[in-house]
Design a protein around this ligand. Structure first.
Ligand code: UTP
Length: 296
């Protein structure tokens, strides 16, 4: 049965090895996209979709994450004394955003293992899962659409994006059947990081999910898969293959912009694109970019 979703889970305990050495002492989710850590965009997205109870799964170096969403009295007092309201708001905004809870993953044994750590906090309810390094264009309403589709179907929901053939082997890829809705498909299977030429479709699973609580039982029984990690995709494939467990899995096809900030090139694109759209930085950056590109 579909529940009204109230809780969001945000895993941020990965090692971020693609971004070394920056991630030696800093979680990749804290890397700034323009002037805001990636994770703040993700938390804002959950809050904008009405999810104020948020559980963050943290790993080593968790202090920076917790501190970012906590009070910083010294900064607040200094900015108050200067009557710098604009910057003061930037400091207090992340503190006041949501009711944030934390749990440690311990060993980073994969995304599925991280999600299992949320079982106690989530309980017997459907929940949203937002990967802490994946930014969805703040102008889009993907999560709201996924919550609607969960409400109407009762199924677990994954976000899917069309991806070029040569990049599919970096993703979990869905086996799908069409439905009457142009942006909704039934997912009947999933393959994690398929070998080149072996992908079952061009629809890749991206970092947004609305999951039924039955996923925890399935994850508990999931053996380590690719890379010795407990893969969320493997557990979702079990739900997708047997609709009698928890009404199966459906996919919402997302056609907007999404940035995987854990990937260096995507990260750079996120910074440039989002900065060019800002009133304070856009005009100056765009003018410089045009000159820079012309001179190459
Ligand atoms: P990634 O696969 O992108 O994270 O996980 P990673 O393992 O840190 O990346 P690289 O390949 O070493 O650079 C996607 C999301 O899942 C979280 C990550 O923090 C990220 O938000 N994650 C991943 C965990 O919380 N725990 C894990 O064990 C693995």
């Amino acid at each position: 049965m579909a529940h009204r979703v109230k809780k969001a889970v945000v895993p941020a305990a990965g090692l971020g090895t693609r971004f070394l050495p920056a991630t030696k002492a800093l979680p990749k989710e804290m890397l700034p996209v323009v002037d805001t850590p990636a994770i703040q965009y993700v938390v804002e997205e959950a809050v904008n979709a009405g999810l104020n109870d948020l559980l963050m799964i943290t790993g080593r170096n968790k202090n920076a994450l917790e501190n970012h969403f906590d009070r910083n009295y010294e900064l607040e007092r200094t900015l108050e004394a200067k009557h710098d309201e604009a910057r003061l708001l930037k400091v207090t905004h992340s503190t006041d955003l949501a009711d944030i809870h934390y749990v440690r993953q311990g060993d980073p044994k994969g995304l599925g293992h991280a999600v299992l750590k949320a079982a106690h906090h989530v309980g017997d309810e459907s929940f949203a899962l937002l990967l802490g390094d994946d930014i969805i264009d703040p102008k889009e309403n993907l999560l709201e659409r996924m919550l609607d589709v969960h409400g109407s179907t009762g199924a677990s929901v994954v976000a899917l994006m069309e991806v070029d053939e040569e990049l599919l082997s970096q993703y979990g890829v869905a086996v799908i059947e069409k439905t009457d809705d142009s942006d909704v498909v039934r997912v009947t299977g999933m393959v994690e990081k398929p070998a080149p030429g072996q992908a079952p479709s061009n629809l890749a699973i991206i970092g947004r999910y609305v999951l039924r609580p039955e996923i925890f039982g399935v994850l508990d029984r999931t053996e380590p898969g690719r890379g010795g990690e407990i893969q969320l995709t493997d557990a979702l494939a079990v739900l997708a293959a047997d609709v009698s467990i928890a009404d199966g899995v459906v996919g919402v096809i997302f056609r907007g912009r999404r940035f995987d900030t854990g990937d260096r090139l995507e990260y750079l694109k996120a910074v440039v694109e989002l900065a060019t759209e800002r009133d304070d930085l856009g005009p100056g950056l765009l003018a410089w970019l045009r000159e820079f590109v012309a001179s190459r």
